[in-house]
Design a protein around this ligand. Structure first.
Ligand SMILES: C[S@@+](CC[C@H](N)C(=O)[O-])C[C@H]1O[C@@H](n2cnc3c(N)ncnc32)[C@H](O)[C@@H]1O
Length: 216
């Protein structure tokens, strides 16, 4: 088996399979899928409540557009960006909405226009602090809504701890793995870029995923 040697190949090999396992209704009881489903369901509800129809929405790490298609009826203008060209090709194929646009690109290599809200789910953990800071320095938005995995909850008795070690491990050739963040780190990041912090969904013992809203 060849091992991925860049973020692009890593994600192109992983993302569609990952989405099938996490979101398929036939694999409802697949271990740990429910935390990802819960993140999707909560995020959809939150965005539907807060979104104004004329808002320009940018989603980073959008995969094949699962979140986008869930909010399609509420959103006026949406751009989803993902590094995996195969996920973006699938999103474009499934897309029946003129207001939804998708782009294959590495978010660390492009610049962004002004948006009303920038959303990223399941992406923070794949970026190092310096990368997050670089990303925030080029976002032009008064609202950011994103998820991260809380360090404090992912300790050795938590099944997620082993998931991270086994499933999100570094590959041999390409050093790339998911990490967790603490609330202190996230609060500092947002404060440094001028955002006030609202923890909308805190981590729980069984679900280490946090949903945060930053507002300027
Ligand atoms: C864990 S998945 C989450 C996908 C989707 N947001 C969800 O919650 O189902 C992380 C996503 O981020 C994308 N991604 C990772 N690094 C990226 C980068 N540098 N630029 C753009 N997308 C990236 C991956 O291709 C993948 O689709």
């Amino acid at each position: 088996m060849s091992l991925p040697n860049s973020p692009v190949t890593y994600w192109e090999e992983k993302i569609l399979h990952w989405e099938r396992l996490r979101y398929s209704q036939w694999l409802f009881f697949y271990p740990l899928s429910w935390t990802v489903r819960s993140r999707l369901n909560s995020s959809v509800k939150i965005i539907k409540k807060r979104l104004q129809t004329d808002w320009l929405v940018l989603e980073l790490g959008c995969g094949s557009g699962i979140f986008a298609f869930n909010i399609a009826n509420e959103v006026g203008h949406y751009l989803g960006v993902d590094i995996a060209a195969n996920a973006i090709a699938l999103a474009k194929k499934k897309n029946r909405h003129t207001q939804l646009q998708f782009l294959a690109a590495d978010i660390m290599k492009i610049s962004f226009e002004k948006k009303d809200v920038v959303i990223f789910l399941g992406l923070t953990d794949w970026l190092e602090v310096e990368q997050l800071r670089e990303l925030f320095s080029k976002l032009h938005t008064n609202n950011v809504f994103f998820s991260y995995t809380e360090t404090k909850v992912v300790s050795s008795w938590n099944p997620y701890y082993y998931y991270r070690i086994i499933m999100d491990r570094k590959s041999f050739k390409y050093s790339y793995r998911a990490r967790n963040y603490s609330e202190v780190e996230i609060r500092k990041l947002l404060k440094d870029f001028g955002y006030s912090v609202e923890i909308i969904k805190p981590a729980t013992l069984l679900n280490p995923g946090v949903l945060v809203w930053g507002k300027k």
